[in-house]
Design a protein. Structure first.
Length: 216
């Protein structure tokens, strides 16, 4: 997993912005509200805060303590309650039996292929019929794919390690549709996302795959 995020979080800036993912906003009405939502790799909490502000119970995890601290501080400032803890998909033990929604925004690009398989297993384990699954990932059409292929060590299919354990994994076009079974696809899109930048970094534009699926 990339070590860059901890440094970015310590900058004190909202490195992914303060607004929630548009996918989450667009499909909010379809998320069950009687059971908690789970935000995997919550970062500074923008998506968790959005759901909590809409009255949902939210559990958030991130492997970086600084990210969890900022999520809790942001929640306190916003006057909402979020249960946030330091954990990864490998070691997280949920207190809730199942979740009404699982958010995995931008998580796949920093996982190895083995961890992606674990993610798909855990998502199915932690959901029930009617639960929504939100996933975004880079595809091999991304402008950085060639650079990672040339400069990194290949550690799996379309997966590379570079700069001291910085992982970047890309999905093949259409692959995101095959990650989960026992789901109904309610949204799928692949293409170039908007220009953006993290903190003071150079503006960039990624080739994204988006998926919103409902557990059968």
């Amino acid at each position: 997993m990339s070590k860059d995020f901890s440094t970015l979080y310590h900058s004190g800036k909202a490195i992914f912005g303060e607004d929630p993912e548009p996918l989450l906003v667009n499909f909010l009405s379809q998320i069950p509200t009687t059971i908690p939502a789970l935000d995997l790799g919550c970062g500074q909490g923008r998506n968790s805060l959005y759901l909590a502000g809409k009255g949902l119970s939210v559990t958030a995890i991130d492997p970086y303590q600084i990210a969890v601290d900022q999520t809790l501080a942001n929640a306190k400032q916003a006057g909402v309650a979020i249960s946030a803890s330091v954990a990864s998909i490998q070691d997280f033990i949920p207190s809730a039996t199942v979740f009404g929604a699982i958010l995995a925004f931008g998580l796949i690009p920093i996982l190895t292929r083995d961890d992606i398989r674990l993610l798909t297993e855990k998502v199915m384990e932690w959901t029930q019929p009617g639960s929504l699954i939100f996933v975004t990932a880079f595809t091999s059409d991304d402008s950085s794919f060639v650079r990672y292929g040339e400069q990194g060590k290949q550690i799996g299919d379309l997966s590379f390690e570079i700069d001291d354990r910085k992982i970047r994994t890309f999905l093949a076009p259409g692959e995101i549709l095959r990650l989960f079974d026992r789901v109904d696809i309610i949204h799928h899109w692949e293409g170039l996302g908007p220009w953006h930048q993290h903190g003071d970094a150079t503006p960039e534009r990624h080739a994204w795959a988006q998926l919103v699926a409902k557990r059968r």
